[in-house]
Design a protein. Structure first.
Length: 151
């Protein structure tokens, strides 16, 4: 269940995170990283007539570590991909592209969503979050958490 709370602070947090991500991308292109402990799973965000859908690529992420919350217009998805499996008999790493550790993604979504009816499902390494549009104004409430089903 998701509860919706309106507030400017959440939107400023999204802007701050986006600026951090842009800076991290610039640093990574030059062989550096501003926060090597964080990674960002690829995501698609789209709107239909009836809902907003967010898809995240979270293969290998511990389902128990996933947390989805909606506060105002800010959708937050957090989780953790555990350490890589031991590399038996490895003498040299030739290429490493898979990222591990915690992630924290923030998305700005429209303000006409019904967080109480939000639904999230984890299937084949993808987390799909569906948030229906609402037709009436919500009561002022605190942030809420979306329960995640596994397929």
């Amino acid at each position: 269940m998701v509860k919706i709370r309106k507030g400017l602070l959440g939107e400023m947090d999204v802007l701050h995170r986006r600026m951090e991500r842009m800076m991290q991308n610039v640093l990574q292109r030059h062989g550096a990283s501003s926060d090597p402990a964080q990674w960002n799973p690829a995501a698609d965000l789209y709107e239909t007539r009836d809902q907003v859908v967010v898809m995240l690529e979270v293969s290998g992420v511990d389902p128990d570590s996933l947390e989805v919350t909606l506060e105002g217009r800010v959708l937050r998805v957090q989780g953790r991909r555990g350490d890589p499996p031991p590399r038996k008999d490895c003498v040299a790493l030739l290429q490493m592209e898979i990222e591990y550790g915690p992630f924290d993604r923030l998305f700005t979504v429209p303000d006409n969503l019904d967080g109480d009816a939000a639904h999230a499902c984890l299937n084949d390494g993808f987390l799909e979050i569906q948030i229906p549009k609402r037709t009436v104004e919500p009561e002022e409430t605190g942030p809420g958490r979306v329960e995640i089903e596994t397929a």
